[in-house]
Design a protein around this ligand. Structure first.
Ligand SMILES: [Zn+2]
Length: 469
């Protein structure tokens, strides 16, 4: 249900691969799970500067109101069309399907507020601690139905290799319910906390109410697909009606989202719909405003993905003339220029996007690095190394970026650094044996005690199979 390998989902997965090629739909492996877990589980993660920045902007005030601003909550986008949002440890996962379904920012902000209520309320604290130990990504992969044996880790003996006892969850419904499901009392508490956060930040709870009501009506339809969110968050009628009564008492109830935020939301939906579904879906989505900016953004992306690069560029340039300061239009222009085989111009477009991007996204910087690599001369390769290294300082576990870095060092003839970068890429992909091999090769070429030598040693140490206690 959550991860159905239908031909259609394959289409949008491969489309997302082009979203930030080849960073998008990064197959996030179990970097932290240690070599004991020989099997690699994959979680379809979407990396996109525009969507990440918007969702972080949604979450920031809420996390502040919840006293969680210092909790280091990470937001991760899951490439899945179902509606879901959940928290594991300090990571909040949100499905792209939820972002596309939500008509207003408030519908997502409300869900974030409710999830923040669960975190702040320390619901299932004991389970959460177990989840932290159990290597978040392994578990999340399981929850999304990728399939993994998590028994050993969950029973707290630290040895994933001893799985097979406890919960061996092949993404089964029961496992999901057990791991992420909340008690009725916790639901009510999280609803109340969410209302408090929304009130504190002067935002309406109407969006949250709308989302939950949508789930409730979907539940009552026989044969309708049930989104995972409904299963982990039980929504009996009385819960929703109590929530409605309380929400309507708020001074902010019904207050619309700021127009600028609504526009960013619509642009995000345009992007997700264009990548996930294509022109039919985007024209359906914007049928009430077919000439509005979001509709034209969707059209430009559709053309970029499915039409000629020249046509795509013309459409993107028109958007930029109208909105010269939107960083993501310049980013899209960079992508189209790559497709048009103009890497030097693409690097400039990404540079413009970077300069305009308030979140200084590592993703855009890595894209510029890739464009520079494609230029093919030594100066550009040197610049690419600088870009990618700088981006990795902020986005440490980005395996794809390490592969580009390895390529850049290769072009410069720096074999040792290329091997070390390959070791890092393998390490963060969960291929620990490869990581160890490349780290050892690299280490022989470094001066003992130098930072690169030390890093190679770290990889060798942490990639070793753990001894059984
Ligand atoms: Zn809940």
């Amino acid at each position: 249900m959550i991860h159905s390998p239908s031909p259609r989902s394959r289409t949008f997965r491969s489309a997302f691969r082009r979203l930030v090629p080849p960073l998008a739909a990064v197959q996030l492996f179990l970097a932290a799970s240690g070599p004991a877990l020989a099997q690699q589980q994959r979680l379809p993660i979407v990396r996109d500067a525009e969507i990440e920045a918007l969702v972080r902007d949604y979450a920031r005030p809420i996390l502040g109101a919840a006293g969680l601003q210092k909790a280091g909550v990470d937001i991760i986008l899951v490439n899945d069309r179902g509606f879901n949002a959940f928290v594991v440890g300090r990571r909040m996962f949100i499905n792209t399907g939820a972002l596309m379904t939500a008509e207003t920012p408030g519908e997502i902000i409300g869900v974030i507020a409710h999830e923040a209520g669960h975190i702040a309320g320390r619901h299932q604290e004991k389970l959460r601690q177990q989840l932290e130990r159990a290597q978040t990504m392994a578990l999340v992969a399981t929850l999304l139905g990728v399939g993994a044996a998590v028994g050993g880790a969950l029973s707290g003996n630290g040895g994933l290799a001893q799985g097979g006892t406890g919960i061996a969850a092949g993404g089964s419904e029961v496992a999901r319910r057990t791991l992420l499901g909340y008690q009725r009392a916790e639901e009510i508490a999280a609803d109340r906390s969410a209302l408090t956060y929304l009130e504190k930040t002067g935002q309406s709870a109407a969006g949250m109410l709308k989302t939950f009501q949508r789930f409730q009506s979907a539940l009552s339809l026989s044969g309708a697909r049930i989104d995972p969110y409904q299963i982990s968050h039980p929504m009996p009628r009385e819960r929703i009606s109590n929530l409605e009564t309380l929400a309507r008492q708020s001074r902010s109830f019904g207050k619309p989202d700021p127009a600028a935020l609504q526009l960013r939301h619509d642009l995000m939906r345009a992007k997700i719909a264009a990548y996930m579904e294509g022109p039919a879906a985007t024209s359906r989505l914007f049928r009430n405003d077919p000439l509005g900016l979001p509709a034209r953004y969707a059209d430009a992306i559709n053309t970029h993905l499915r039409g000629s690069p020249a046509n795509a560029l013309a459409k993107i340039d028109a958007l930029i003339r109208e909105n010269p300061n939107n960083p993501y239009f310049h980013e899209m222009r960079g992508e189209a220029l790559i497709r048009a085989n103009k890497p030097a111009e693409a690097a400039k477009a990404y540079g413009r996007a970077l300069a305009l991007d308030p979140s200084k996204s590592a993703i855009i910087q890595i894209q510029r690095g890739q464009a520079l690599l494609a230029v093919g001369d030594r100066d550009s390769a040197r610049q690419a190394v600088k870009d990618i290294r700088g981006a990795l300082d902020r986005d440490r576990e980005n395996a794809a970026a390490y592969r580009h870095l390895a390529q850049a060092y290769g072009m410069l003839g720096d074999v040792a650094e290329a091997e070390l970068a390959t070791a890092e890429a393998s390490y963060y992909s969960g291929a620990f044996q490869d990581a160890s091999i490349f780290a050892m090769r690299a280490q022989q070429k470094f001066k003992p005690g130098s930072p690169s030598w030390v890093r190679a040693q770290d990889i060798i140490n942490t990639s070793k199979p753990r001894k059984k206690k």
